[in-house]
Write a protein that binds this ligand. Structure first.
Ligand SMILES: NC(=O)c1ccc[n+]([C@@H]2O[C@H](COP(=O)([O-])OP(=O)(O)OC[C@H]3O[C@@H](n4cnc5c(N)ncnc54)[C@H](OP(=O)(O)O)[C@@H]3O)[C@@H](O)[C@H]2O)c1
Length: 338
């Protein structure tokens, strides 16, 4: 029988452009033993997020880069298999900073440490609708977008983890919601399952023209995950007093020191007395419990739907991360380890 080991993916080279498997190396170590106060977790799911690409760059962004030669940073979900902690019992499901590896020692509790997942919640949903995606969508839309009934909202990356939920939150606040996504299959999901009013296939259609048709009165809120041409097209169609929510700029590729070009038409913000504001979801940590309470109610009532794309095997994590930049995912990209 094969000995059980802890497989880890280490970052061994910083990508200049796209992420490739060769930027990582697999290492096998003995499964660690929990010390007093620690619990041993077997990781089952990794959440794959575009921002992980920014952590591979040498320059610091909102957190330091992943050092070369260390386990790739990432959030995951796993089950406690041995415990010397007062906080966690064997069998508990935890979410936290597992990194890209099969086993991890958990010794904390709280927003950035490991947290026990309450019974009744599908553990891997803590990586999507009840985790980074749902919280980003919630705080970006509610706190910065400030939707009001009857307003028109445009969401880029509408078939992705964050965008799909952001648009549904706007709909639940009485808004008319238009999305954009990279192919017709995604747009069909956005319209029929996520129940946006419209979705533009930005690769096949002219986004600017379609926005003029779909939002003749202008866009009151733009929730932008993409940046670049999509943001420029949206800025051309903002309404007076619009709020442009800067969630991300994935079209830039998140390469080192190249997180997107300034939109050429940013003066539209002045002409329309509009506001563009960026945010990072964890700044709202104090309000997470209230937001999660609301998200849980919406998911249980069926008002919010979410989708997942799953790849299997720790070794697939680099390709899963690269795939986000090619639109290979519908909804949250996850990696299943066992
Ligand atoms: N501010 C925060 O606190 C925060 C937190 C989490 C995430 N974010 C940001 O939220 C955004 C979405 O993240 P996510 O985790 O939900 O990822 P995601 O939207 O599920 O996946 C990325 C999607 O981006 C689209 N995309 C990739 N390259 C593109 C390009 N060149 N032009 C247009 N679209 C492109 C693809 O969809 P298509 O097929 O539709 O092109 C792809 O499926 C990212 O920008 C991320 O950085 C921000």
């Amino acid at each position: 029988m094969r000995e059980i080991v802890n497989r880890q993916l280490l970052l061994v080279a910083r990508p200049e452009r796209a992420v490739e498997t060769r930027h990582f190396a697999m290492r096998e170590l003995p499964v660690p033993e929990p010390a007093e106060g620690q619990a041993l977790v077997r990781v089952q799911w990794l959440g794959i997020d575009p921002t992980q690409r920014t952590w591979l760059n040498a320059q610091e962004t909102y957190i330091p880069p992943v050092p070369l030669g260390t386990v790739m940073r990432g959030t995951g979900v796993g089950q406690v298999i041995a415990s010397r902690s007062q906080l966690f019992d064997p069998g508990d499901w935890l979410v936290g900073p597992t990194g890209w590896q099969d086993f991890v020692l958990a010794d904390g509790d709280g927003v950035r440490g490991f947290t026990k997942i309450p019974d009744g919640i599908e553990p891997r949903a803590m990586l999507s609708v009840f985790g980074v995606n749902g919280l980003t969508a919630y705080f970006g839309m509610i706190e910065i977008g400030r939707p009001e009934p009857g307003q028109t909202v445009f969401v880029t990356g509408a078939a992705g983890g964050v965008g799909s939920i952001a648009g549904q939150i706007a709909r639940l606040n009485g808004c008319r919601v238009v999305g954009s996504a990279g192919d017709e299959r995604k747009c069909t999901w956005v319209r029929e399952i996520a129940k946006f009013d419209a979705c533009v296939d930005y690769r096949r259609e002219r986004l600017g023209e379609r926005l003029r048709e779909l939002a003749p009165g202008g866009l009151d809120i733009v929730f932008d995950n993409v940046g670049g041409e999509a943001l420029e097209a949206a800025l051309h169609h903002i309404a007076h007093g619009a709020r442009v929510v800067l969630s991300g700029s994935i079209s830039s590729g998140y390469r080192d020191a190249a997180y997107g070009q300034g939109p050429a038409n940013y003066m539209q913000l002045a002409f329309k007395r509009a506001r563009m504001e960026g945010f990072v979801f964890f700044d709202y940590a104090a309000q997470f419990p209230a937001a999660l309470h609301q998200m849980l109610a919406w998911v249980r009532s069926g008002d919010i739907r979410y989708e997942e794309t799953i790849s299997t095997g720790l070794e697939t994590a680099p390709a899963a991360l690269a795939g986000l930049f090619h639109g290979r995912n519908l909804g949250k990209q996850l990696v299943r380890l066992f």
